[in-house]
Design a protein around this ligand. Structure first.
Ligand code: GLU
Length: 636
């Protein structure tokens, strides 16, 4: 594990990594569908050193709310509640009380228990597998499905936070809403990123509540620095602060959510009061795997399904550990040079490992309450013997499209049976996934959390709820509803009628890519790193890159986050625009890769524990935040 006190990567390497930054200031209009939120420039970040506690979030006002709570003696979960409520105000495009979230938490006591809180949205009871099939019998376009009530899942973030707070909260629930209420009533300055996204957005204005809140009378996005007040959001938060999640899931606010979804003029959904009242967050076993970086073995933990994040990261890392050519730096003692890191050979291996991983994801991963894991356990997808076999499929040239593997016990069944029978589901076709935010916190008692929170696409379903608009028109603003149901497969079956595991079913949770990650030092049992990112399916690559940077290449959190982004979703090989030399691109093409250079707007946040020079005892924290977004880290 690297620390900021150790040597990071070489100066030459740093120069290459940062070379793209200066030219990357301009904003791009992107067209590729795999992208999540748009880019809003690249601002170099210093990385932050703290001693007692640290909080990292995607917006300075949100980070500050968490900092105030930690300073007041609050726990990591307390701080996460405060951060989330402010994010819903200042970064409304990405997450909020109308969405869902996953929270991974480890108790600060040595060898403390780790828990995974699932606040994923669910499909309404009335949803059917043809939810996203259009009148022509074909899957709808993404925007057709997204905008309106159809895509809205039952929100889970507030109930999940309430569950986590009941267990791990130190400060009173109501106190955690104060920073957001004060900012919503007093006003906050529109950030450059919010302004950029509002200006580029075409559909949000069609919702009258959102149009009145986010745009001026001429329809122009509020400018950067404009003081925006959201008294309706403050009034909703006051009720949740006083009565808990019931205030959102039952009564007048619930009714206004239902009205918004069901009364959409062109694309209504089926969410009911009962769906909202019945929503229950779930506690799941975290999905953990060992990761060897000689001489250390780390334990990496993340969310189990319905997220595909931890499984996918574990597969990529596991396959790579079976493939990496010896001359490439995969031990903690050797920092890579620029040429080594950017080596087409290494990128080829990573991209091929990605393909194999995304083929398995498409085949197997869905809500575990509806779909059984292959061979009886999700861990079979991470079985080292299985991953070694998968790694052997990687050749000199790109395989272009990988097919799913058969995790081991299935493989054993090949003898004497038609093992195709065991592939009960058809693979899910690649589909766009887009508005999410990541929070990492370690408090003074050592409680650590990683929480990734989302309303899916930027501005979610583009539906803003204001429960007070009729009774009290002076209470303007409100909160946005998610479009998380578009994370289900639009097509319920393949062409032959075989069902897809991640198809829509009533009460089901859509498969996610969110990857809140905690890394454990196996000798001390302590969390030494908390990390995660938004970015749709690319979250998996953004997080894997950061883990490789920190664990394998001795980088600190900021250096690892700064690394160029890359990955494949089992289609083209995707590279972050303007961050890779033409020679690398050409060499990959020569290996058969179809290259797409696009904005890859990660929003990584990471906190690592540091050790004093020549010592193994922890002496504080170092945090990093993504230069591609507005996040910062704070702590004492
Ligand atoms: N809805 C996506 C998921 O849960 C995340 C979208 C994003 O990060 O932009 O995997």
């Amino acid at each position: 594990m690297t620390t900021f006190t150790k040597i990071g990567y070489s100066a030459a390497f740093a120069a290459v990594l940062l070379a793209g930054c200066a030219t990357n200031q301009q904003q791009f209009t992107y067209t590729a569908p795999i992208l999540p939120e748009a880019a809003s420039g690249f601002t170099a970040k210093p990385g932050w050193v703290t001693k007692k506690f640290a909080v990292a979030a995607a917006n300075p006002l949100a980070t500050d709310a968490g900092y105030q709570i930690l300073k007041a003696g609050g726990s990591a979960v307390d701080a996460a509640v405060a951060v989330q409520m402010v994010l819903g105000l200042v970064e409304p495009q990405s997450s909020g009380i109308g969405g869902g979230a996953f929270l991974l938490h480890q108790d600060g006591k040595l060898n403390g228990k780790m828990e995974a809180f699932d606040g994923r949205e669910t499909a309404p009871a009335a949803a059917t597998e043809s939810l996203f099939i259009g009148k022509d019998g074909k899957p709808m376009s993404f925007t057709e499905a997204q905008v309106g009530g159809r895509s809205v899942g039952v929100p889970g973030t507030v109930r999940m936070l309430e569950m986590a707070h009941k267990q791990h909260g130190k400060l009173p629930w109501a106190a955690l809403f104060q920073p957001a209420i004060a900012l919503a009533e007093g006003g906050f300055k529109v950030s450059p990123r919010l302004n950029t996204l509002l200006a580029a957005e075409k559909n949000l204005k069609n919702d009258p509540v959102a149009a009145a809140y986010f745009y001026d009378a001429t329809g122009a996005a509020w400018p950067v620095g404009h003081v925006l007040k959201n008294p309706a959001y403050a009034a909703v938060l006051r009720q949740i602060a006083a009565k808990g999640s019931k205030a959102l899931h039952e009564g007048d606010i619930a009714q206004s959510i239902v009205n918004k979804v069901r009364n959409h003029p062109t694309n209504a959904g089926q969410l009911s009061l009962q769906d909202l009242a019945n929503y229950a967050p779930k506690k799941r076993e975290p999905l953990c795997f060992d990761y060897k970086v000689d001489p250390e073995t780390y334990q990496i933990c993340g969310m189990p399904p319905p997220s595909s994040g931890a499984i996918a990261i574990g597969q990529i890392l596991g396959i790579l550990n079976n493939t990496v050519a010896p001359q490439l730096p995969l031990d903690s003692a050797t920092a890579p040079t620029a040429a080594e890191f950017l080596s087409p050979d290494w990128l080829h291996l990573y991209l091929e490992a990605s393909r194999l991983t995304f083929a398995d994801r498409a085949q197997y991963v869905a809500d575990p309450d509806f779909v059984a894991p292959p061979a009886g356990s999700w861990q079979e997808m991470l079985n080292p013997v299985y991953l070694e076999k998968r790694a052997k499929l990687i050749g000199e040239k790109s395989m272009k499209t990988a097919t799913a593997g058969i995790p081991l016990p299935y493989d054993a069944m090949k003898v004497g049976v038609n093992f195709n029978q065991t592939l009960k589901y058809a693979p899910m076709p690649d589909q766009p996934e887009y508005g999410t935010s990541h929070i990492s916190i370690i408090d003074a008692a050592g409680n650590a959390l990683a929480m990734t929170t989302t309303i899916e696409a930027a501005f979610g379903s583009m539906q803003m709820v204001n429960p007070f608009s009729t009774a009290n028109p002076t209470l303007s603003g409100g909160f946005l509803l998610n479009n998380e149901l578009t994370d289900f497969s639009f097509a319920p079956t393949d062409a032959a009628g075989k069902p897809i595991a991640n198809r829509v079913e009533p009460g089901k949770r859509p498969r996610s890519s969110m990857s809140p990650t905690l890394v454990i030092d196996k000798t001390t049992g302590q969390v030494i790193m908390s990390a995660g990112s938004p970015g749709g399916a690319l979250i998996i690559h953004f997080t894997a890159k950061t883990l490789i940077g920190m664990l394998n290449w001795n980088m600190n959190a900021q250096e690892a986050i700064n690394l160029p982004n890359f990955g494949s979703l089992n289609g083209p090989s995707i590279l972050e625009a303007k961050r890779f030399p033409a020679s690398v691109v050409e060499a990959l093409k020569a290996k058969g890769h179809e290259i797409r250079e696009i904005e890859m707007t990660s929003g990584l946040q990471a906190i690592e524990r540091t050790t004093a020079p020549n010592s193994t005892s922890y002496n504080g924290f170092f945090g990093g935040a993504d230069p591609r977004r507005e996040g910062i880290v704070l702590g004492d």
